[in-house]
Ligand binder design. Structure first.
Ligand SMILES: C[S@@+](CC[C@H](N)C(=O)[O-])C[C@H]1O[C@@H](n2cnc3c(N)ncnc32)[C@H](O)[C@@H]1O
Length: 261
């Protein structure tokens, strides 16, 4: 019979002399606890400290920019991986939109423009909530519009078109409600886009623009963009969306249609 001696170093390395496996398991538990503590500390750092928030914004913006203008495979990944998680946001936005239109007396056959409509899921949610609305989804990416186009209706109530936020193909004052989710931070010329939104909104109309808090413009950034767009910083309200698990990750920018001169 061969006897195997246990050295001190083996014991400290967690080798279990009785072969019960408890030493190894204990070591594993310690490593897991250390890992979870590190993750927790990192989470607290990124959420509660200014440098941490700035780091997470930089990383998130970099990751987001990898989507390559939503051409395939980015559009396919978005349609199949991300959009399915956003149902709660789309329903909430449709509710907000309906409330705003009622409040403004614009709820009869409103003309709605969704800028950066992507796969068109928000347009569908809006059409369920606002049965007689005419909604156009506009997007820079033909690849994303391949998904959205499946929701188009033959009566023209729901339409989708290629277009740029910075050059909207609509007459002045032609739109009751401009809506947008998760697109603003992608707009190459945000000031031109805001000026265009202000132009196409009818007096008394409203724009509701939602973006992920982590990626959205900070108040001072938005104030600069508003100034470049020829607007006052105070014309654009910024507020947290709150509500459910998904919606609370978003902020909303609100811009009122300019009153008639
Ligand atoms: C993250 S996706 C969001 C899609 C959709 N709104 C949603 O919430 O699921 C961003 C979309 O904005 C579009 N986009 C980016 N820049 C744009 C611009 N300047 N004008 C119009 N659409 C734009 C992209 O092509 C992409 O489909």
């Amino acid at each position: 019979m061969k006897l195997i001696g246990l050295r001190n170093s083996d014991a400290s390395a967690g080798i279990d002399p009785a072969g019960s496996g408890q030493g190894k398991a204990g070591h594993g538990r310690t490593r897991k606890r250390r890992f979870l503590s590190a993750v927790l500390l990192f989470g607290l750092f990124t959420v509660f400290t200014k440098p941490g928030r700035s780091l997470s914004r930089t990383v998130a913006r970099w990751l987001d920019s990898r989507l390559e203008n939503f051409a395939d495979p980015g559009s396919s990944a978005y349609a199949h991986v991300f959009a399915p998680f956003l149902g709660q946001l789309y329903r909430r936005v449709a509710e907000d939109a309906a409330g705003e239109l009622v409040e403004r007396g614009l709820s009869r056959k409103p003309h709605i423009l969704d800028i950066g409509c992507g796969t068109g899921d928000l347009v569908v949610a809006l059409s369920r909530r606002l049965r007689d609305a005419r909604i156009i989804g506009l997007d820079l990416s033909p690849s994303m519009l391949l998904y959205a186009g499946r929701h188009a209706t033959t009566d023209g109530r729901l339409r989708f078109s290629v277009g740029d936020a910075a050059s909207l193909p609509f007459d002045d004052g032609a739109v009751d409600l401009v809506i947008s989710t998760l697109s603003l931070h992608h707009w190459a010329e945000p000031a031109d886009a805001l000026a265009e939104i202000a132009r196409v909104l009818r007096p008394g109309g409203v724009a509701l623009i939602y973006d992920l808090t982590l990626l959205a413009y900070l108040p001072d950034e938005m104030a600069r963009i508003a100034a470049d767009a020829g607007l006052e910083a105070a014309d654009i309200e910024r507020e947290g969306v709150g509500g459910g698990f998904v919606t609370r990750l978003f902020v909303r920018f609100k811009l009122e249609g300019l009153a008639e001169e």
